[in-house]
Design a protein around this ligand. Sequence first.
Ligand code: PEP
Ligand code: MN
Length: 332
Amino acid sequence: MIIHLKKEINETEATTIAQQLEAIHYHNSVHAILVTPSATKTISDELKAKADGFWPMESDIQLASLSYRNELREIKWGNTVIGGTSNNMSVIAGPCSIESWEQIEQTAEMLVGLGIKTLRAGCYKPRTSPYSFQGLGLEGLKMLAEVRKKYGLNIISEVKDSTHVADVIEYADIIQIGAKAMYDQGILKSCGDARKPVLLKRGFGSTLQEFVQAAEFILSRGNEQVILCERGIRTFETKTRFTFDLCGAAYLKYHTNLPVILDPSHAMGYAYGVPDLAKASTAFGCDGLLIEVHPNPKVAKSDASQQLDHPTFSKLHGELKTIATAVGKNII
Ligand code: PEP
Ligand code: MN
């Protein structure tokens, strides 16, 4: 159950009530908000007098649920807004990893030329092998901060473990939690304490319930800005890297109040399929796309097979505009 306490209830009193109910509690700009275990069904008359809203919930999808907030949350970073009443679709692009200043400048110039506002680039890469490129780490984050200053682009970068979560929170405009990190509660809690948007990727072996519960870890610590990202799940199929779960994305769109961004690059794993999937995602009416691009994909140090070269991406971006307009979305 979610309970909004009356404005006059102070922090100390809210804390006492939360302890009695075994609830998590946080304050937003207006209310003290309590989230009790979903098994809680009854409330005392004394508590009724102290609250001005109750939302009993059947499951542990609570703050993220459309039954709690029957509107999409508005998420803002820099000069960009998605969700709310905006109808915006944010195209976020960039390399899998930042590899050098030259590489990231070439990418930034191309994105700015297309009017794109947000650059993606990983600095801490969750690689399957310890012998693969692990990312530039803090040096990469500092370069991304330079790119933001020079090109006016917003930056999204990923956190892979707790050793660098504070650095990513400090340097990035949006904190990306990678698919493999989705279950890391230390990361989820640190991002819940941050006050910046978080893009949470779905673990490739996680159910939709587990995915949204991971988002609840962030929301229930008072960070109201969570974006969900479908990036492909593991199925029996091996011809593509993962299976792009648009059914799951539809579930999220119709049951949660969180914007949904789609990542065809990681789902497909091969550049040849990414443009068509990006178009399908746009027709789907997603709130954003995450697409990997590289000035020379053949030499990329991570995810080389799936990154689009710049001419292919530029052409795709033009095509997406037409589709977005047809489904009532504005590409930003
Ligand atoms: C990435 O965005 O480069 C990445 C590693 O994604 P995922 O966590 O979805 O595998
Ligand atoms: Mn990648």
